[in-house]
Design a protein around this ligand. Sequence first.
Ligand SMILES: *Cc1c(COP(=O)(O)O)cnc(C)c1O
Length: 432
Amino acid sequence: MDHFEIKGGAMHAEGVPLTDIADSVGTPVYVYSSATIERHARVFREALSGLDLGHGEPLIAFAVKSNPNAAVLATLAREGLGADVVSGGELLRALAAGVPADKIVFSGVGKTEEEMALALERGIGQFNLESEPEAETLSAVATRLGLSARVAFRINPDVDAGTHAKISTGKADNKFGIAYDGAVAAYARAAALPGLDVAGVAVHIGSQLTDLNPLAAAFARIGVLIAALRAEGHDIRTADLGGGLGVPYDPALPAPPSPADYGAMVQRATQGWDVRLIFEPGRLIVGNAGVLLSRVIRIKPGATHPFVIVDAAMNDLLRPSLYDAWHDIRAVTPTGERFVAHVVGPVCESGDTFATNRDIEAVTDGDLVAFMTAGAYAATMASTYNSRALTPEVMVSGSDWAIVRPRIALEALIAADRMPPWLSSGTNTIGG
Ligand SMILES: *Cc1c(COP(=O)(O)O)cnc(C)c1O
């Protein structure tokens, strides 16, 4: 459920008409609903409330990569969530937004020594290691700093998540995690390294999962592994079950499993594990909490159907061209009429297409459209391709709203380039 609804003829985010935001900030612009973000955080926590809490509340570590805006992170920090980070930049963002260091988990295959040192010095809760060489490097960095790193290995369970290939991470030939079959030997070697506290196991098989079976299969393998590791004398205290639960993008498709269904499956799968559970949801928390608001530039006649050319493009919302993703596209002030159209952006790429042969609410030049479910993996992937200004972000709370990232203006972008000395004399004026 989200808080984007038509009231009095115009779509609102909570109590604010999107027309007001477009008029004041311009378009394209991302708009987030803080009530929706909070609601999703609470629904997810409640879905886990049936779990065996022998080891305390589960840690819900929001996957920062899905939406790293400081206002989003601060909203979730106030709800008690931690953070799953995949870079030093995300770590600094999470800390700056008020996420306590001990609620931060550091994932990712390519952590550098600098990032490891930063995370150790800030005292993060856990490193999820993705290879044995990484364990050796972290051991060396921790030893040099006189610190201890609490670690888990991310296990690659070799299950097919049944999602888009670009967001599948749990097959043996994916770059993520250590091989399931070699895990016991890897733990033995890691436990012998100084500076590491080998405390847990971790798994994350992919994103936008619409079937719980691959997750259940992965968790079953993790349960077997925990028992095997304990039999070898390891003190396994945490199990990080990753993120990945899908959200509804297309209202015509069956809804993905609910958080409650997920929670019930987790409860069955983790029976008797006797660990503190960690979860890393991203999309589930923020996906439906954001829209990309865009204005129709013009309608261009097409061979079969018209092209609705909007002022948002693939640089603002990459998911359709990157993942063949489907976003619902709605008129902000619907008239009741519908038509079939292609919805495209102005960027000079055929991939800059949001929808083909789509039956949508009829719109015309100057009308506003909303790309729904644009709160996750959306603004964070925006670029300035085609020298387009970086998309701004707005957060709504009740009848209040605020710009939480201003549009980065073209002047600032152009001024960021530097002329090399051999081009900087003479008549050039670009970049001052
Ligand atoms: C991306 C990612 C997540 C979040 O995935 P969602 O599908 O957004 O829930 C969690 N954990 C890791 C390690 C990730 O890479």
